[in-house]
Design a protein around this ligand. Structure first.
Ligand SMILES: C[S@@+](CC[C@H](N)C(=O)[O-])C[C@H]1O[C@@H](n2cnc3c(N)ncnc32)[C@H](O)[C@@H]1O
Length: 451
């Protein structure tokens, strides 16, 4: 650390190297003090930084003096690191920084919040410091990074002894997608109005027909049949395995290879977006909270999820996620002795057009693919994520961001198929869960068995 003005002698030996201070400045501490700080492990060299010293030479490696318990912290927190890279989220703040913020501004049991939470450092710190926490973020990568971080907090560093792990599991917490709550309000809608509305929402053409004794409410644009699950008739029931097997006993394959079921999101007992029985896939169209807004004719701006790590921090003037409209995904998995390979053949947003009215073509709207390599059947614990950009054959990037975006769109459009990097089989459990996210934040979740 330096202060302005010149002192004599100017040089100090820091970590065995004779160093002159930066131009116009002097080292803040005496040699005796520096030697002591070195012994206490309170000096580090920031290898990626440089400065011009008073002799006019460029010096690579800037010494940093860390403050200690007995030195009061001043306004300049240069004793703490900038970004961290533990969670692989691009803008992760170090826990030490947030520890200081939380300790200085709250007491145990208080509620702390971060509305731009990124990798969720605040949640992790609050949990360890016994505070309640709420963290929000508009990015899907952030959401699953935070969830992972809290699910695995016991393996992160303890504040009491940074050489040891925290070891405690997190207290129960809930991940809420703001598109999926406050169903009470939906329930207050009249049944007929609800039916009309959700059919509009998912672009279903109303039809009144019966197959195998089951009432079919409409058809999707791809011709497949749609059933509106009449939640008001089932008090304690849900769209679960029992319901689907019962339904299948009537329908068999008489109603096609694909049936869509519209139901309030919290009544659907599957994380996956479809469930397969005898080669018939039952897809779930989950009704989110935003339908209320839609009823009031509030126009949503479609918020765009990034397609490249470089754009993770783009701020958008968005109202929120558009309601869940699963993209259409066709993918397959192949497993050999060594690797697991996922190939995506089709990725189409449920929106036929983008904001400018142009057709959205195959792969064009892919934002990212998230992978849980050993899915436990309950929580998605993300192990890998790939932005669309990472999944294209490597190319030279232009400096201009806009240019990269438009090239990316073209390249995606012209891809015949997209392969995820091969995943070593030994890293996979019996089941894998993949979440495919489109640029509007809509997800398609798919579970694979790794045989
Ligand atoms: C610098 S990062 C946050 C770092 C984080 N506070 C930490 O301590 O590690 C900024 C975050 O804001 C999020 N963000 C951008 N626009 C947002 C919005 N309108 N609403 C909520 N989050 C947003 C981005 O997705 C990004 O994760």
């Amino acid at each position: 650390m330096v202060s302005s003005g010149i002192r004599n002698p100017p040089e100090r030996t820091i970590k065995g190297v004779l160093m002159y201070p930066p131009k116009g400045q002097h080292w803040k501490y005496t040699q005796v003090k520096i030697d002591q700080m070195e012994k206490d492990g309170r000096i580090r060299i920031l290898a990626d930084r440089s400065y011009i010293d008073i002799m006019g030479n460029r010096v690579y490696g800037v010494p940093e003096f860390l403050q200690s318990e007995d030195v009061p912290v001043d306004n300049s927190w240069t004793d703490l690191k900038g970004y961290n890279f533990n969670s692989t989220y691009p803008t992760e703040n170090p826990e030490e920084l947030l520890e200081r913020v939380v300790m200085s501004a709250s007491n145990e049991g208080d509620l702390v919040m971060d509305f731009f939470a990124g990798s969720g450092s605040l949640a992790a710190v609050a949990e360890k410091l016994n505070r309640k926490w709420i963290v929000c973020d508009i990015g899907k990568l952030s959401l699953y990074t935070m969830q992972k971080r809290m699910l695995n907090i016991e393996r992160s560093k303890s504040f009491e002894n940074p050489k040891k792990n925290y070891k405690k599991t997190a207290r129960s917490f809930q991940t809420v997608n703001t598109g999926h709550y406050d169903l009470e309000k939906i329930f207050k809608l009249e049944q007929e109005e609800y039916g009309k509305f959700v059919m509009n929402l998912f672009e279903v053409e109303p039809k009144n027909k019966t197959i195998g004794g089951i009432r079919i409410n409409g058809e999707r644009k791809d011709g497949y049949n749609v059933i509106i699950w009449e939640y008001w008739k089932f008090k304690d029931a849900a769209v679960d395995e029992e319901y689907l097997h019962d339904l299948h006993s009537y329908l068999g394959n008489k109603a096609g290879r694909r049936i869509y079921i519209i139901a309030p999101a919290s009544y659907v007992g599957f994380i996956s977006d479809y469930y397969e029985i005898d080669k018939v896939r039952y897809y779930f169209l989950k009704v989110p909270y935003q339908v209320i807004r839609e009823l009031h004719k509030v126009q949503f701006k479609k918020f765009r999820q990034p397609q490249s790590k470089n754009n993770v921090n783009d701020l958008e003037d968005a109202v929120g996620f558009h309601f869940m409209r699963q993209p259409e995904v066709k993918s397959s998995i192949s497993v050999n002795n060594k690797d697991v390979q996922v190939t995506i053949k089709k990725f189409l947003s449920d929106f036929a057009e983008d904001e400018t009215g142009q057709d959205i073509e195959n792969f064009e709207s892919l934002s990212m693919v998230l992978v849980d390599k050993d899915f436990n059947g309950n929580e998605f614990d993300m192990d890998e994520y790939y932005f669309a950009d990472d999944l294209l054959p490597k190319k030279k990037k232009k400096d201009d961001d806009e240019e990269v975006k438009s090239n990316l769109k073209e390249e995606l459009k012209h891809s015949k198929e997209i392969k995820l990097p091969a995943i070593p089989k030994k890293e996979c459990g019996k089941r894998m869960m993949l979440i495919y996210v489109d640029v509007y934040g809509n997800e398609f979740k798919e579970e694979f068995k790794v045989k």
